[in-house]
Design a protein around this ligand. Structure first.
Ligand code: 6R9
Length: 645
């Protein structure tokens, strides 16, 4: 056998839910009889009124619509809570591990149910109604999960904004979906440092007239301003609320949440997910991809501000009655052994994290890992960006003691759940490959003209058919949804990723083919960073590209042209980095700023990003044809003055 293929370990094969024969049989049925397959698996969750229609989907650009189980009714929060009470009321639903290792808490299903009911009633008392949008801007504390489930219980639509986003970013997102309520906390706590969430929120709300009430969770006890008539304390409103809150009966296609994500152009898009199909898909992928069984302790290190936190900390695991760990902190606080200490402390058996975290911990050597036991682990996962084989092998050998399979899960905010992934009991692994499609998923590789490519090949990754977890629209802009995903390659969903398929039919994601970059697993539109830069009074023009970065996967490389008369100084460089941090948030900080007296443009004025990418990559040999440039000498200047990235 190929040295780079890792077969299913015997111990896993013996107990896994799905072996290879079963995978092949189920996959075959899922694509040949999609309706029959999903009619059956849709029943894994509880419906109030059963569905009779399974699938109503069109990818025709004139009439894109995606509906699953649409005549059924259900409640997502009842599926995550109420239905477990009789059988597992006293089981831990959420293990919360605080930023400070001395703080942790186990919350049972019964307790979580009561907290969600109380907060749902409190939201109603504040005037929130079914269909209203509610913004959640919280750190990784149990109240974040409580708020999500409380929204789901009453049919309000949550929009979570990652706590690392700036007031401006928060305000844009609130305005776009016209949220009526904002749920935040006094401060957040990460790596021992405080994040001024309420102060950020106050700033954002200056431009958000739709928000009439703000609920503030007391996390650190830091002093905050409370606006009379608008702001209330979480602990006050839940104390006044009843713990009896019947779950609202909602249509399968009732919106569950909006989550903003970056695209190649314009402002972030509000990705809309609905209730029934999403929950079926999130729970099914969680069970099979992680081979989840009763007794497992499952930990996904994502933040609920990203889709991974939605599907694989909260909705998928809780729908499955799992024990899910929620971590407030960071991998290197108080020491670089923190992840492994938490695994030992709570006896975690399934661990799901991002390649950037692995790479940064790998840099610290093996000792901080080896001084911990990790005997409880049986499965590892990776998500967010391609994992390089070196990091994969280290994760496998050092963290997993060569015992635990790694599921490299490829998916997107738009897909709601995992689409390409190994199944631990079925799939032999190749480091760096997301391997094979999940049930019901038909990946296609197409060339630039949209011709489908067969066999071992490389191309643009599309998906041929729908799956229940697929996004339904861009909130408030269905035309943008159609334009972004369904017009480039007719009849297919276009992912924006490039991909290679090998001779065994395994998929290898090669990264984005559009102007989206992936920084530490966070999606960032180069256009967003550019518009932040040009908003600075001294900047005339900016072009932003990604470049390979050892830890972050990709770093942000900005070419900046100053307005005439401005001097390119080190102080200004720092100022611009700080400016982008304030405009968007720390995750968007440029790693490199290169002063560019001119940018390479075609005669029609289009910036040739291909060339800028090559220069940023330090790859001057492959600049390609520069003859169409209006002024080819700008390229030489950029090469000569490239700072050491
Ligand atoms: C879940 C999530 C989506 C983009 C996606 C792709 C990249 C995610 C990956 C991966 C290679 C993996 N991506 N998982 N690339 N291998 N296992 O990350 O959603 O934030 O929307 O990002 O991330 O480029 O298109 P999101």
């Amino acid at each position: 056998m190929d040295a780079n293929v890792f077969p299913v370990p015997e111990a896993i094969a013996k107990t896994a839910l799905i072996d290879n024969a079963k995978y092949l049989e189920m996959y075959d049925r899922s694509v040949k009889d999609s309706v029959g397959f999903w009619a059956e698996h849709g029943q894994r969750i509880d419906w109030i009124k059963p569905y009779t229609e399974v699938k109503d989907v069109s990818y025709d650009p004139h009439d894109v619509h995606i509906r699953w189980f649409h005549d059924g009714t259900l409640n997502v929060s009842a599926n995550c809570l109420d239905r477990h009470l009789a059988t597992r009321g006293d089981q831990t639903a959420i293990i919360w591990e605080g930023d400070d290792p001395s703080e942790s808490e186990n919350i049972t299903y019964r307790d979580l149910h009561a907290r969600v009911c109380r907060f749902a009633n409190a939201m109603k008392a504040q005037g929130v109604k079914k269909g209203d949008r509610v913004c959640i801007y919280l750190p990784m504390i149990p109240e974040a999960a409580v708020a999500m489930l409380a929204c789901a219980r009453i049919g309000a639509v949550h929009s979570i904004v990652f706590g690392g986003f700036s007031p401006d970013s928060l305000s844009n997102r609130i305005q776009d979906s016209e949220c009526v309520m904002l749920i935040t906390s006094d401060e957040g706590l990460r790596g021992g440092r405080k994040v001024p969430l309420k102060a950020n929120a106050d700033k954002a709300l200056e431009t958000c007239p739709s928000v009439t009430s703000v609920v503030v969770v007391k996390r650190t006890g830091g002093a905050v301003a409370m606006t009379e008539g608008r702001d209330v304390w979480y602990h006050d409103v839940v104390a006044a609320a009843s713990a009896d809150c019947p779950a609202e009966e909602l249509d399968a296609e009732h919106p569950l949440f909006i989550l903003y994500t970056s695209g190649s152009t314009g402002k972030p898009k509000g990705v809309l997910h609905t209730s029934g199909g999403y929950l079926v898909y999130a729970s099914m992928t969680h069970q099979y991809v992680f081979d989840y069984k009763d007794g497992d302790i499952y930990w996904c290190t994502a933040d609920v501000g990203w889709v991974t936190g939605h599907s694989y900390i909260v909705y998928g695991p809780l729908a499955n009655g799992a024990t899910t760990l929620m971590f407030e902190g960071v991998p290197n606080y108080p020491s670089v052994s923190r992840f492994w200490d938490v695994i030992d402390k709570h006896q975690v058996s399934i661990f799901y994290t991002a390649p950037t975290a692995i790479r940064s911990l790998m840099r610290e050597g093996e000792e901080p890992v080896q001084r911990t036991s990790r005997k409880s682990l049986r499965l590892l996962g990776s998500v967010g960006e391609p994992i390089n084989p070196e990091a994969w092998l280290w994760y496998h050998r050092v963290v997993g003691d060569s015992r635990c399979p790694i599921v490299d899960t490829w998916w997107q905010t738009e897909t709601g759940g995992i689409l390409i992934t190994p199944l631990p009991g079925a799939t032999a692994l190749k480091p760096g490959s997301a391997t094979r499609p999940f049930f019901g998923v038909v990946p296609l590789l197409v060339d630039a003209e949209g011709n489908e490519l067969s066999g071992a090949t490389e191309g643009n990754l599309c998906i041929a058919d729908s799956w229940p977890g697929q996004m339904r629209t861009v909130y408030g802009d269905h035309e943008r949804f159609v334009q972004t995903y369904f017009t480039t390659y007719k009849g297919y969903y276009f992912t924006g990723d490039g991909c290679r398929r090998d001779e065994d039919g395994y998929y290898w994601i090669t990264g984005r083919v559009d102007d989206v970059i992936n920084v530490s697993g966070h999606r960032m539109g180069t256009a967003e960073v550019e518009s932040a830069l040009v908003a600075h009074p001294k900047v005339a023009e900016a072009a932003v590209v990604g470049y390979p970065h050892d830890i972050k996967g990709q770093g942000i490389y900005a070419y900046v042209t100053l307005v005439a008369g401005e001097e390119p100084t080190e102080a200004l460089r720092k100022e611009l980095v700080g400016w982008v941090r304030t405009e968007i948030g720390p995750i968007a900080s440029p790693d490199v700023i290169q002063w560019a007296p001119g940018l390479p443009k075609t005669r029609s004025g289009k910036i040739m990003r291909r060339i800028l990418r090559k220069i940023a990559e330090n790859d001057f040999g492959a600049l390609g044809d520069t003859s169409t440039l209006a002024d080819p000498t700008v390229v030489d200047d950029l090469i000569d003055n490239r700072p050491d990235a």
